[in-house]
Design a protein around this ligand. Structure first.
Ligand code: HEM
Length: 150
């Protein structure tokens, strides 16, 4: 077996399998990304967070690459989403709105299998971004610390 080819071959086979099973391909991802951000940037809750995006074509290209990597396992996205969001002061309500818009647009544009495939990944990544970005509010710990101090 050729070890050099094993990784890329396996990845390509996985990508083909996902496309076959879900109907999601790169063109569908780009169309989805455009529709999602058209909705997100005009949304009352999360829209203002996108005011700083100057080059929307570059943003669409980057996010398309991200979703191609995540959903089709192409492995060609090399960004740092946590850092990209650090300055935005996102709150749990923003994540909830982002996810509900994502679900609405995904269900409208993909097959049921495709929408589930995207949503499963979106929910997991959103949870980990949210946990990384928003400090936990732990009143019980606060009380314990205050008790010790007093
Ligand atoms: C809570 C709501 C969210 C808001 C308001 C938001 C907003 C933004 C903004 C303003 C940027 C920076 C664009 C730029 O300056 O070029 C960005 C980048 C990005 N966002 Fe979000 N985002 C949210 C949640 C998410 C979630 C849940 C994901 C993934 C599932 C995600 C994936 C990304 C990625 C991959 C980038 C590009 C990072 C890079 O530069 O490589 N975002 N987002």
């Amino acid at each position: 077996m050729n070890a050099d080819l094993e990784g890329p071959d396996r990845r390509a086979a996985l990508t083909r399998d996902i496309i076959e099973r879900t109907g999601i391909d790169e063109a569908a991802i780009e169309a989805f990304v455009r529709a999602f951000y058209a909705a997100a940037r005009t949304d009352a809750s999360i829209g203002p967070k996108f005011d700083g995006v100057i080059d929307w074509e570059a943003h669409v290209a980057r996010i398309t690459c991200f979703w191609r990597s995540v959903a089709l396992m192409t492995g060609d996205y090399h960004g740092q989403p946590m850092q990209a969001h650090a300055h935005l002061r996102l709150e749990p309500a923003h994540f909830a709105r982002w996810l509900s818009l994502f679900e609405e647009v995904a269900r409208a544009r993909f097959t049921p299998e495709g929408a589930e495939h995207m949503l499963d990944r979106a929910r997991r990544i959103a949870r980990s971004l949210e946990m990384g970005l928003i400090p936990l509010d732990l009143p019980a710990l606060g009380k314990a610390a205050a008790g010790r101090a007093g």
